[in-house]
Design a binder for this molecule. Structure first.
Ligand SMILES: *Cc1c(COP(=O)(O)O)cnc(C)c1O
Length: 365
């Protein structure tokens, strides 16, 4: 079976470093917001090209905290995509703001700037593209739209660790970038973790207050915050995993190149290639098919595990039935949800496994 993710076959050197990191923390006697968190925040800021990285409990909290740090909340609208992890929108709702959903571009499944423009109102305070599957695109246009409406550009970078476009890194285009280190992400902890990256010192300061009950100094609470602290064990594990990120990302890109070169089946559509090699980190490699479910069964029968990202767009989830959206509709997102299928694209895949996936896809008729 070719697994969708295969953490058990990660390098022994990495596993040994993780075990040593755990022992280091266990013996240190300091378990929450300590030296390991400080070290990871500073290493991660350097690695991701950010001025500041604030460790938080998960990616969804990073979005909530980021919006609250900018003063975006009740009465404010945040434009984002319905083709994303539900957490993107839940983070907006948790901040007290109102999500507004714009449609996607069919060729990439990323936010469509024309649709974003139709969603802008007097209450728009932020535009939040999601770098779905690991890809940066259209950032100039989205920045312009945010500037035109006087709102912030903010980025959901949960799938895009290390991606860059025109030499600019994911998370540095606007006021902040929210990262998740959920285990399956390109940089993952062995549990939940996240980071709010920003170029703005005041945002970093506000976020570090918000993540810890709104506490500015011990027992002083100028704002109502939340408990969204990063713990020492996850930070130490992330520090050990960080040096592997660049190597793993290159492997993901090679797998994707092989898929683009090798997949040629009338029943399967590839998404548009990225504008630069650096602009996609292939957290996921999605294809589309009018017969998606049959394709998935066909691949399973050939020993290839696949997943769907995402089968139900946000506006089709029961609690979001009345969510505000592009008056022209969200047809492209609905169609993508019905047709997309993610192929295995993890760094532990062997060349033989890549060939097996390509052959299995090409045998689909
Ligand atoms: C994983 C993910 C999140 C949420 O991150 P958590 O750490 O699970 O809270 C948000 N947005 C996107 C696009 C994601 O893939």
């Amino acid at each position: 079976m070719i697994l969708f993710n295969d953490f058990a076959s990660e390098p022994d050197s990495l596993r040994a470093a993780e075990v040593a990191a755990f022992e280091r923390v266990a013996r240190s006697g300091w378990y929450v917001l300590g030296p390991e968190v400080k070290k990871f925040e500073s290493d991660w800021a350097v690695a991701s090209g950010a001025a500041y990285a604030v460790g938080v409990a998960n990616g969804m909290d990073a979005i909530e905290i980021g919006l609250r740090a900018l003063g975006v909340g009740p009465g404010d609208e945040v434009i984002t995509t319905p083709m994303t992890a539900f957490a993107s929108v839940l983070g907006i709702v948790r901040a007290g703001a109102t999500p507004v959903l714009a449609d996607i571009e069919p060729a990439t499944a990323l936010l469509d700037p024309d649709s974003v423009r139709r969603c802008i109102t007097r209450r728009t305070r932020a535009i939040m593209p999601v770098h779905l599957y690991g890809q940066l695109r259209n950032m100039d246009r989205l920045s312009e739209l945010a500037a035109e409406c006087g709102g912030y550009l903010v980025e959901d970078c949960a799938q895009a660790h290390g991606a860059s476009l025109d030499g600019r890194r994911a998370g540095t285009f606007g006021a902040w970038g929210a990262f998740s280190f959920y285990p399956t992400k390109n940089l993952g902890a062995l549990g939940d973790a996240g980071s709010l990256n920003t170029e703005l010192q005041e945002v970093a300061t506000a976020a570090s207050v918000l993540r810890n009950y709104g506490q500015s100094e011990r027992y002083h609470h100028p704002v109502l915050g939340l408990n969204s602290r990063l713990d020492e064990v996850q930070a130490a594990l992330l520090s050990e995993r960080l040096p592997y990120l660049a190597i793993f990302t290159e492997r993901r890109r090679d797998i994707a190149e092989a898929y683009y070169a090798g997949i040629d089946s009338a029943g399967v559509r590839l998404l548009a290639r990225p504008v630069e090699r650096s602009s996609h980190v292939y957290h996921l490699f999605a294809v589309a098919s009018a017969e998606r479910d049959r394709l998935q069964q066909h691949l399973a029968a050939r020993g290839v595990q696949t997943l769907i990202h995402y089968p139900v767009p946000v506006h089709c989830q029961p609690p979001c039935a009345d969510v505000a959206r592009d008056p022209a509709g969200l047809d492209a997102a609905e169609r993508h949800a019905a047709e997309c299928l993610s192929l295995p694209c993890h760094p532990q895949m062997s060349d033989a496994e890549i060939e097996t996936v390509i052959t299995a896809v090409n045998d689909f008729v």
